[in-house]
Design a protein around this ligand. Sequence first.
Ligand code: ZN
Length: 125
Amino acid sequence: MAIEILTQQQESDLRNLLVRRRAFLKSALERGLHADDDVSVRGIAPSDADEPTADVDAELALSRLVRDQNELNAVEQALERVASGDYAACVSCGNPIGYARLLAHPSATTCLVCQEKRETSSGRH
Ligand SMILES: [Zn+2]
């Protein structure tokens, strides 16, 4: 049985990817939080009622923060899985996730088959 296990080079490539992604998300989150402070300090825009999209912008910024925070959690978990040696295996079926898929989604925890199953079972109601 040939199981597709990551080579050391591939694993360290992916690990670097995750570390960079984590740093990027952390700084994005910090910037986002500070930007949010600015908005609340400034309060209502000084120039008339010229910014009808302000609330929408704030909501967008908030949802982006939530998304970044979720991804950061996923990246942290992936790095823990790298450390424990479980990284390349699907959490659902145990099959290899595959280097190409991990390159595209370094924080993926399932193989493509399980991912698609998950999406079809939770995606529609
Ligand atoms: Zn799977």
